[in-house]
Design a protein around this ligand. Structure first.
Ligand SMILES: O=C(O)CCC(=O)C(=O)O
Length: 278
């Protein structure tokens, strides 16, 4: 018996590789979480940057709480079972009017994971519309062979290597996934996806949460970490991340430094160049 998703939603995720929208946060919760983010940014004098965008649940307790949100975990459990790790939390912030974009890509190519079960939950903390550059997916692309990719390192590309599929994508087959603030979309780690620039008057703030079943192994990196967010880890393939009790908890910040360094090694394995700012 599914915990949250109905049979049609699960079928669509399995067959098309994505499902949206699912409402998770109230307007008050969106406002509170956005304030946490923006007060931190104001305090440091600039938006989140570099490693702060990644494994952010180790820096900010409120991100860890979002990562453990019962409704999100119920949806994820319906797709990958009850023993769940969160491998990464990653901010995707496009400032108003910025050219930042995400080229067509498939994540499994770069994340070193040994199976295709990872579910990305993409949470909108501001409206993700066509105008603000919401995500687009290529339905059923997760059922085919992974596409060849090339690294382009375009400055405006938000991806680590500016990676892009090296085949023509038929944009007429793409599906846009607009979300209201507080809603999430779900997509499979093999699905090709992309997004355009933010032409709206507000920042587009997305937080992606990457969930894997505990049986998953890291096959590229020698050391990797994940947070146990539901159930039991009977495999021990990942170093289990601490759960900070407050923002910038020193032990957790130290763990974050190691975890993001090791993650860079995985993401840039076999790359020609390493971007210094990521
Ligand atoms: O936020 C975006 O536009 C792209 C996000 C993405 O590539 C992902 O969550 O895997």
């Amino acid at each position: 018996m599914p915990k949250l998703l109905d049979a049609a939603a699960i079928k669509q995720y399995r067959e098309d590789g994505y499902y949206f929208p699912l409402s998770v946060l109230s307007d008050e919760e969106v406002a509170w979480n956005r304030t946490q983010l923006e007060e931190f940014e104001a305090g440091q004098g600039h938006p989140l940057q570099g490693p702060q965008r990644s494994k952010s649940h180790l820096l900010f307790k409120w991100v860890g709480d979002l990562m453990r949100h019962a409704k999100i975990l119920d949806a994820v459990e319906d797709l990958i079972g009850p023993d769940i790790l969160c491998w990464n939390t990653l901010f995707w912030i496009k400032e108003s009017g910025s050219e930042s974009f995400v080229s067509w890509h498939q994540d499994l190519n770069y994340w070193g994971l040994d199976n295709s079960e990872l579910v990305t939950v993409w949470l909108a903390l501001s409206p993700a519309s066509l105008e603000s550059g919401c995500m687009r997916v290529l339905p059923r692309s997760h059922l085919e062979e992974l596409m060849p990719h090339q690294d382009r390192y375009d400055d405006a590309n938000m991806l680590t290597r500016g990676q892009e599929v090296a085949v023509d994508v038929d944009e007429t087959k793409a599906v846009a996934m607009p979300l209201k603030a507080g809603e999430v979309s779900l997509h499979n780690v093999r699905v090709a996806h992309a997004s355009g620039p933010n032409l709206s008057a507000d920042r587009r703030i997305g937080l992606s949460l990457h969930y894997i079943p505990t049986k998953t192994k890291q096959k590229v990196g020698g050391w990797d970490s994940a947070a146990l967010v539901r159930g039991e880890d009977r495999f021990g393939h990942f170093n289990i991340a601490p759960q900070p009790v407050r923002d910038m908890d020193p032990d957790s910040v130290a763990f974050h430094a190691r975890a993001t360094d090791e993650l860079r090694e995985i993401l840039f394995a076999d790359a020609e160049k390493v971007r210094p700012t990521l």
